[in-house]
Design a binder for this molecule. Sequence first.
Ligand code: ADP
Length: 600
Amino acid sequence: MDNKKSHKMITAIGYLIRTIGQENPLLNLLIFLCIVSTVGASFLLVYIPSLAVHAVENRVNAASFIALAAMAVGYIAVLAVQRGAQGGRGMRQLFLGRSLLYRIFLRRMEYDYAYTESMEGRQAYEKARQVCWWGTDFRLLLEGLMDLFVCVFSFLLYSGILSTLNPLLIILLLALSAVNYLMLRRAQRANDVRRDEQAAESGKLFSLINAFKNTKIGKDVRLYHMANGLEAMLDKSLKKLQGINLEFQKKMAQAQSMEGVTTALRDGAAYLYLIYQACNGAITISEFVFYFGVISQFSNFVTVCVQSFGTLQMGCSGVLAVKDYLEMEEVVDTESGDQKSFPENVSIEFEDVCFSYDGKTNVLDHFNLKIQNGEKIALVGINGAGKTTLVKLICGLYSPQSGQIYIQGRPALSMSFRERASYMAVLFQENLILPYSVAENVSLRPLKNTDEALVTECLKEVGLLEAVNGYDSGIYTQMTKAVTEKGISLSGGQQQKLLMARVLYRISSALWILDEPTASLDPVAESETYTQFHQLCGNRTCIYISHRLASTRFLDRIVVLENGKIIETGTHQELMQYGGQYARLFSIQSQYYKEETTNA
Ligand code: ADP
């Protein structure tokens, strides 16, 4: 094993023991009991038969009977400890996996958004999650570690006993065990190769199955007869998996038969030596039985030792994936954002900002924009123009590669993420409704941290209080049916009002951003929602995004984006007079809506 691998293994084992110490200290005790009882039980299993033969040899007397009975009771007690510890360990191992899963889930939310959204971040999360969900790697590492300890203790015990018989016997056993080790390693390497190949192929197979399992694509599957094509793909994948396993079985069978031969040679030579000694009267029958058992156990533990090393290696990579994920430094700063005094509104300035997601294509290219205190602006433009990217940069979810963003004249990068967030109330396209009470959905905080009077006031302000009070539990009514049948579902319009109340609840926010939260509404409802937001926003700075130009035409300024650049800016009237892209889009859209109204 090279240095890098052994270093990895030591790190993984150290992490596992530390984590168990933190999460479930009793598990460490149970592991210790498992190790001690396994060594104890194996020794008693060797010792008791030799004691029995010794008693027979010397005609059973009271003393030997008591000794035998005591050993038998001892054996039963050790077995009871072993089984009890194993049972408790299994359950606690499962809990360990679950609690780590929970930590991984929570940790993910602390990571920088850009990292979480990136392919690298998603893969790291998925790998760590899978290790904990199935718990296989934790189990492998733990069991490998336990076996290794059992082997080391057993090796010391049995080689000590055998050395009293003949030290050369240990050398013979070890030499043949080394050959045995090489055979087993071959089998394990074949298993490692199979594991990687199988993981890659199963990954493909399951992503295919998962995609087709998704009920959302059920319509397409039927309409386009996709099942036939799927069958062929599944067939190909399954055949490949079968091929990988057959190849592995072949190598495994070869290695195993070679290993069987060396084991037989090793044990046969040792037994022959014992028979020779017994025939010469150098050892008694009971000693013969005892040493015979010791040799069997010694050989057995050498085999287990080799296997446990392989098991440890297998478990290592998964455990390290969890460690790496939980200990990463891509965390958003958690510095408090609690402000003592809040401005009524803020100014935002982009100064020569360049930003790209992939480090190659600039989504924003030397971008400049100043939004004055209290200004209400609309960001409009076709899909992909860069509107949401601008919002993500303002919020601090991403950082520009060059240039500066100023919030209230201060470089945004000099502010903590929490401080920046405390200025803002933002609604994104994905309307987040959680399976909690109405009050918690407004505050987005647990009920104990929710200002219930403020929730009621906000609901009243947006015109939703009457409907909410119509439910038996009022603002405590559970939303969505995800966790209870009694959960309520609001209509599209009511949901918008709830989101409005959520924004209002952040009374200290100096900046409101609406990134098309109304995309699922019809144009009239969207226009009404934006108008209502406009009436409620007071002196705050507001950024409204919509691809339906009629919804934002009343704002102070309209900024038209295309390919991450501002192509036009002005009031609705100015832009219409200018007769550029905005005017063109506006007349196409109004023409369309007119036609729609006439046809309706
Ligand atoms: P808009 O909000 O105007 O529709 P976006 O800001 O969402 O536009 O997207 C601007 C460009 O950035 C598009 O080309 C889009 O494909 C790309 N983009 C958006 N989000 C990501 C992302 N997470 N990773 C890579 N590219 C992205």
